[in-house]
Design a binder for this molecule. Structure first.
Ligand code: NAD
Ligand code: TYD
Length: 337
């Protein structure tokens, strides 16, 4: 299979590429990534054998050329603007990449005869839950509440429309909150770990009782591979960690793992429109494709804390902005601009 992975230099995409290339070193795999602030080729530094195309999924000629040149059979589409707080501050980038980018990719892929299009979505498209509500199933109506989740929901609708209208073989996965190595430290868990390591206060939004269902990024990627292999076109598959926790409990566990005091916890002004609870019913993927989450949250979290402790060079470069130097040297100056 000739595979195009969009967003392969991001947190989840890079885990997918690392796993895939380790398991199938002879497969042709192309990463298409714009290297926004969230893209980091250092996350792929140990991986050999893939080809990298630096480009924007909104750039139709580039996408067309990439699909044709490499005779792509299948696309796994991770590329997105992915952080809720940023979507509140600047929603237009989310509309552009998540909606227009996905539309561009779909249209080029359909015209280019791509045989399988796996769209990586999120549980956040379902909105939020009260404490006693049943977890989100694939039948739960879409009801996004942030510009991020609304733009992802829009992209899901486009993907579904391409299946219904053109019979284009699409698949959608909707996963809960990921954690693990190489996650950009604007997200909750790495943010808490790095602040704790540097004895900086840990900002807890609101009362810290918002609940997320945490899944290790390797478990998510294993599920994505199963759907790519055996998922039924036109279908949606929820993916979850069956590990609902309030944010405060996670922050406390991180402090404890690092031997840091609870006095580092700092309650701050809540996020606008902050979703209260996410929970996932992932029985469909278990029943149909035999996937279930393998890692326990306490073990995965301990390993993740250790990873951030021992990979201080990756963390230092990300925090200082030095990781952007590579992009500047290789691309930003290439036209003398
Ligand atoms: P990320 O922000 O770490 O990475 C996104 C990647 O996409 C980066 O490498 C970035 O450079 C690239 N990108 C952004 N805009 C682009 C564009 N216009 N053209 C080409 N590349 C572009 O995100 P992530 O956390 O790895 O998430 C990957 C996907 O998984 C997203 O679609 C996200 O919605 C979804 N998802 C994430 C989570 C989570 O907890 N992080 C959970 C469920 C689903
Ligand atoms: P985040 O990692 O941004 O993921 P999402 O909003 O997509 O679920 O945040 C996870 C939870 O942690 C969310 O309830 C917001 C909260 N949070 C904090 O309390 N403090 C922080 O500094 C961050 C980044 C998030």
């Amino acid at each position: 299979m000739k595979l195009l992975v969009t967003g392969g230099a991001g947190f989840i995409g890079s885990m997918f590429v690392r796993r895939r290339m380790a398991a199938r070193p002879d497969e042709k795999l192309i990463v298409l990534d714009a290297l926004t602030y969230a893209g980091n080729l250092a996350s792929l530094a140990q991986v050999k054998g893939f080809e990298f195309v630096h480009g924007d999924i909104c750039d139709q000629p580039l996408v067309e050329r990439t699909l044709a040149e490499h005779q792509i059979d299948a696309i796994v589409h991770f590329a997105a603007e992915s952080h809720v707080d940023r979507s509140i501050l600047g929603p237009m980038a989310f509309a552009r990449t998540n909606l227009m980018g996905t539309a561009t990719l779909l249209e080029c892929a359909r015209r280019g005869g791509v045989k399988r299009f796996l769209h990586i979505s999120t549980d956040e498209v379902y909105g939020d839950l009260g404490p006693n509500d049943a977890p989100f199933s694939e039948q739960t109506p879409i009801a996004p509440r942030s510009p991020y989740s609304a733009s992802k929901a829009g992209s899901d609708h486009l993907v579904r429309a391409y299946f219904e209208t053109y019979g284009f073989p699409t698949l959608i996965t909707r996963c809960s909150n990921n954690y693990g190595p190489y996650q950009f430290p604007e997200k909750f868990i790495p943010h808490m770990i790095l602040n704790a390591l540097s004895d900086t206060p840990l900002p807890i939004y609101g009362d810290g009782q918002n609940i997320r269902d945490w899944i290790h990024v390797e478990d998510h990627c294993a599920a994505v591979e199963r759907v790519l292999e055996a998922g039924r076109p036109g279908e949606v598959y929820n993916i979850g960690g069956r590990a609902e926790r309030p944010n405060l409990e996670i922050a406390r566990a991180i402090l404890e793992a690092l031997g840091k005091p609870e006095s580092l916890l700092k309650f701050v002004t809540d996020r606008l429109g902050h979703d209260r609870r996410y929970a996932i019913d992932d029985r469909k993927i278990e029943r149909e494709l035999g996937w279930s989450c393998a890692r326990r949250l306490d073990e995965g979290l301990a390993a993740t804390v250790k990873w951030y402790q021992t990979n201080d060079e990756w963390c230092r470069q990300v925090r200082s902005g030095e990781y952007r130097k590579w992009v500047t040297l290789n691309y930003d100056n290439r036209d003398g601009t």
